[in-house]
Design a protein around this ligand. Structure first.
Ligand SMILES: [Zn+2]
Length: 586
């Protein structure tokens, strides 16, 4: 029996009127206002440095609790006025927090003998990676007399265009069969079993973008323009280098991964062409059929069945994850069903100070919903492993953040596929390839597109027509003849929100990294069995306390070598071969 389908947030705050929420926000404001003074005065550097680390820890925990709580409440009640007001207050406070943090970084940047200071303190020893990273970051700071004004201008620059994008797309409707429908509803029709529905939805979606494409072209150009300005002001050679540095990843790793991805594109195209044939298309897959369901299996799961399947699957291979998942259901860590005012999709949010996480999902009973639960509970397990390290080192960079979620998803899929009847296996295999194609091939097209936009923005504000042409070019280079050349999606740049986060660029390659790294870790588990479990948990705990290359090396993976990425892609190639064989038998 499921106790209740709504999550329990009482470990954070009772409600918006809990006095603890107000007092925590006041403490954030106070710590941020007084923080810069910690580096001043005649005290010795060891004392200053220790109090900076302790204050940074306190601030991080308080921000996670307050911001996280408000965000979770809004995620199930998006128009809650009190919640929205709290969110605005916290966003404004973040500028103050950032200024305080910058003062610390500048101070640490000029310290001589940092290693001796670290060696002399337990607090500093256990936070050594972050303290050293601060010292490196000091080389890329905005000038102190300019920083405040640049951050404030950004609220009316990149951030403003980002908010404008949210408004435009939040209220965007698509005219379909005489009705104005919300965009997500029409995009969702790409999964409809009826080919006519998929095609009409796609055509209506493309047509609808004409209403907003000029405004959206301005949004993307101004956000990327600001990114370029910030990158120059901080002394980085280019936006990608800055993003890699923020992700603790080196260029060699990215190049090795992209090399292996380019080599694998012809294999993905074979899958796409086979799916096209299955659906009766001769010239490759039309864009609107990328997500078309194949086969006719539609087993449904109740939440109780999903729980039993997940607990069972993991209890056999990693008992601690098995009982962790059971507790997640028992103790109401999951907000389960779709509801009005609740956001779509799924996510997991961790609260390090409490050693707990919460998962939001929109469960309607498909296998993909069970798989999503496995994915999000993987994030929650990752948080659990990270609760053993200090707060500042419990925040993995984006490429490593998907390790445990992909591991869980792969574990569930492989286990279920092994015992499934042939028809079900075919459907599950196709689903897995459909998702891998998005995470590898589509992500590669997004990487190419974003590179092209940033390059163009150096000289001018690209028009919507120019952006459409760039997108088609990126799709040609990635999908090639796997997609029908006449039926592609020039406006994908309007649709995907990832291009519009101010201060966060190339929010694409981390997805490909996440999938291919997660698969590699899973392959290690398959080879070494239960002996790998302690190593796996240690790897998860380590994700926020070292560079990506060092974290990967701790389980014997060399992410700088294309050979590693080829071996991870070989797992997908194996699925493609199996799919092609099953297609022939259909
Ligand atoms: Zn995830």
């Amino acid at each position: 029996m499921i106790p209740s389908s709504n999550w329990d947030l009482s470990f954070l705050y009772r409600d918006f009127d809990d006095p603890k929420l107000e007092s925590d926000i006041e403490t954030i404001a106070k710590l941020a206002a007084e923080g810069a003074a910690l580096c001043e005065g005649a005290k010795d550097d060891l004392v200053k440095l220790e109090s900076i680390v302790k204050t940074a820890e306190e601030l991080t925990d308080l921000i996670m609790n307050t911001h996280g709580y408000v965000q979770l409440r809004l995620s199930t009640d998006c128009t809650n006025e009190t919640g929205l007001q709290y969110m605005d207050r916290l966003s404004n406070l973040m500028v103050e927090v950032q200024l305080c943090q910058s003062a610390w970084i500048r101070y640490i940047g000029q310290l001589k003998g940092l290693e001796d200071l670290i060696a002399a303190s337990e607090t500093l020893k256990s936070n050594a990676f972050i303290v050293r990273e601060y010292q490196q970051e000091a080389k890329h700071m905005l000038a102190p007399d300019m920083e405040k004004w640049m951050l404030r201008m950004s609220l009316d620059g990149g951030s403003a265009f980002s908010k404008l994008r949210d408004r435009l797309m939040g209220s965007h409707t698509v005219e379909l069969n005489g009705k104005d429908l919300p965009l997500p509803a029409v995009r969702g029709m790409a999964y409809d079993p009826d080919p006519k529905v998929r095609k009409e939805a796609y055509e209506a979606e493309l047509k609808s973008y004409q209403k907003v494409e000029n405004s959206m072209a301005f949004c993307i150009a101004c956000i990327k323009g600001e990114a370029q300005t910030m990158c120059e002001a901080k002394g980085y050679s280019d936006v990608l280098t800055q993003q890699l540095s923020d992700s603790r990843m080196d260029r060699e790793t990215l190049d090795a991964m992209l090399t292996a991805i380019r080599e694998a594109l012809p294999d993905f195209r074979r899958y796409l062409k086979a799916k096209a044939k299955l659906l009766g298309h001769e010239n490759g897959l039309p864009f609107y059929d990328l997500f078309a369901p194949v086969g006719s299996v539609s087993k449904r799961y109740t939440v109780e069945e999903a729980r039993a399947l997940l607990v069972d699957t993991f209890a056999k291979v990693h008992p601690a994850i098995g009982s962790f998942i059971d507790q997640a259901f028992e103790n109401r860590w999951i907000d389960m069903y779709p509801a009005e005012g609740k956001e779509g999709g799924a996510f997991c949010e961790g609260f390090h100070a409490h050693g707990q996480s919460r998962v939001l999902t929109n469960f309607v009973g498909s296998f993909s919903d069970v798989s999503t639960l496995a994915h999000e509970l993987g994030h929650a397990w990752h948080d659990r492993c990270l609760s053993t390290v200090p707060t500042l080192m419990a925040d993995p960079p984006m490429p490593l953040a998907e390790t445990a979620s992909i591991f869980n998803e792969t574990m569930l899929n492989n286990t279920v596929r092994k015992t499934a009847d042939p028809a079900t296996r075919f459907v599950l295999l196709e689903n897995s390839l459909m998702e891998a194609t998005q995470t590898v091939v589509d992500i590669y097209s997004r990487f190419l597109f974003e590179s092209a936009v940033i390059e163009a923005r150096k000289t001018h504000i690209p028009s919507a027509a120019e952006l459409n042409a760039m997108m088609l070019d990126a799709q040609e280079q990635s999908y090639g003849d796997g997609l029908d050349r006449e039926v592609r999606h020039p406006s994908m740049w309007v649709n995907k929100c990832h291009y519009y986060f101010s201060g966060l660029n190339f929010y694409n390659f981390p997805y490909a990294f996440g999938l291919l790294f997660g698969l590699g870790v899973y392959a290690k588990f398959q080879k070494e069995g239960s002996a790998f479990i302690p190593q796996y948990d240690a790897l998860l705990a380590r994700c926020g306390s070292d560079t990506i290359a060092n974290v990967a090396a701790s389980v014997g993976i060399d992410v700088r070598s294309a050979a590693y990425w080829r071996s991870a892609l070989d797992i997908v190639r194996g699925e493609i071969e199996e799919f092609l064989t099953l297609c022939d038998q259909q």
